[in-house]
Design a protein around this ligand. Structure first.
Ligand code: GDP
Length: 446
């Protein structure tokens, strides 16, 4: 498998932790070095690697042992989480242009030879299979062979190709092509563009002009998965100059080391939407980060274990939280944790719908509840660690509330409201605990 090196490097890290009872600053050092080396050897760029290792370290050192889970397995979980964080945890579909009556326009950009024209044909077939009508536009006026190639691919997947030869300007061709697509009421238009061997100003200027002419819903950067360290500067340039909505990673069937796959989203904030896995037109797949992480970490059985570990972590956190509630130690950190637990189970609305008697709750009420929770989160995140631990600091000091209001973009009144609500909730918890303790007292036992 092409991720063998990366997988192997990670494995070294886990192996170093065998027999260890708990992750510590000391014993995590060597494994982290292995992780760092593995990522660098996979051609992940240095800033991305640094950030990755730092995040894993801070999680690993600050975590207590979970029953039934070994420290090495725990480290696998943290690495898995960070990998997912790098690539986005969910698959990212194409943008949905809600401009009614307008075709969905996908602009393809990328250097020469990366598989851009091939990707146009593949994407055309993909969209056709979804029952959409598709048209492609050939704007590479520098290489007649490129136009021929797109025309041939179009014949293969039975999709018309609009072209005006090599003497018109790319932006004009693109504009005319879109007009034609509109006239024919085509659902999707894929615009192939000229690539260069290297990034240069002329190419970017032309891309900008074509983009302006076609107003795409998606601008996809086609990246060769075998691109090494330079992937990050490449992605950065294209994203800064023309703005992308995502990427297609090609040649994933080849001997890639994986770096580009881990770099795109971190550098551009935009996800990989598809991967090319062969030369045939069928060889295009939606990008599933989860599957990719499984491939990288190998070990399906360990991942199952990790998943169980995650459940057990959640369970322990819930128990811990409950204990703190009972002991009336509940603070803003706990509040935030509770919120995160709830959101990890899906949007608030879905949860509320599942509760008995909540069936008739309106969408508007649910949105309002969601908004309130998000606001509370923003407010808490603007508090200092000390304030989060001592909610009473806020009840007594207006200047603190004012600072938090500014920091979180809310009014002072909104901050005060949250503090009042929080205090009321905590008092209620204390009362409940007292009642329960009374209930367990000797008088109630007969
Ligand atoms: P362009 O210059 O970016 O338009 O690149 P092309 O579409 O002409 O592709 C360059 C070469 O890469 C061709 O030989 C393609 O068959 C090949 N290619 C494209 N995508 C893939 C892929 O996902 N896997 C493999 N193995 N080859 C690919």
């Amino acid at each position: 498998d092409s991720f063998d090196n990366l997988s192997g490097g990670f494995k070294k890290a886990w192996d170093k932790l065998s027999g260890v009872q708990q992750l510590t600053q000391e014993n995590i050092k060597d494994p982290l070095k292995d992780i760092r080396r593995a990522l660098l050897e996979a051609d992940v760029s240095l800033p991305v690697v640094r950030q990755f290792v730092k995040k894993v370290e801070s999680k690993a050192v600050g975590t207590k042992v979970i029953r039934g889970i070994r420290p090495d397995q725990q480290l696998i979980k943290f690495v898995k989480d960070e990998l997912l964080d790098l690539m986005g945890s969910e698959r990212a579909p194409l943008e949905d242009p809600t401009r009614r009556g307008e075709p969905q326009v996908i602009l393809m950009a990328g250097l020469q030879g990366v598989g851009k024209t091939t990707a146009c044909g593949k994407l055309a077939l993909h969209l056709k299979k979804q029952g959409k009508t598709v048209q492609m536009i050939a704007t590479d006026v520098y290489r007649p062979a490129a136009i021929d190639q797109l025309r041939k691919l179009g014949e293969q997947v039975d999709v018309p190709v609009f072209e005006m030869g090599t003497s018109a300007k790319p932006a004009d061709i693109a504009r005319r092509g879109i007009q034609e697509a509109k006239k024919k009421k085509v659902d999707c238009v894929i615009v192939d563009t000229a690539g260069r061997l290297q990034i240069d100003d002329d190419m970017m200027t032309e891309l900008k002009n074509v983009k302006k002419a076609v107003k795409p819903s998606d601008t996809l950067l086609v990246v060769d998965a075998m691109t090494g360290q330079e992937a990050s500067s490449l992605v950065k340039s294209f994203n800064t100059d023309i703005g992308i909505t995502g990427a297609i990673l090609t040649k994933m069937d080849g001997d890639t080391r994986g770096g580009a796959a881990l770099t795109v989203k971190e550098i551009s904030g935009r996800p990989i939407k598809f991967v090319g896995v062969g030369e045939k037109m069928e060889a295009l797949e939606p990008f599933y980060p989860e599957r990719m992480v499984s491939r990288i970490l190998g070990m399906g059985d360990i991942l199952t274990l990790v998943e169980k570990a995650e459940e057990s972590i959640k369970l322990e956190e819930a128990e811990e939280l409950q204990k703190r509630m009972m002991e009336a130690k509940f603070d803003f950190n706990d509040f935030l944790k509770q919120y995160e637990m709830m959101t990890s189970m899906g949007p608030m609305g879905n949860m509320m719908k599942m509760m008995p008697g909540m069936g008739e709750i309106s969408n508007k009420q649910m949105e309002e509840a969601d908004r309130k929770m998000k606001q509370a989160k923003a407010i808490i995140q603007s508090m200092t660690p000390k304030e989060r631990e001592n909610p009473d600091l806020l009840s007594s000091t207006p200047s603190r509330r004012a600072r938090i209001a500014r920091g979180s973009g809310n009014t002072e009144e909104e901050v005060s409201n949250l503090v009042v609500q929080f205090t009321a909730m905590r008092t209620k918890m204390q009362d409940m605990t007292k009642m329960m303790q009374l209930g367990q007292g000797p008088g109630m036992q007969d």
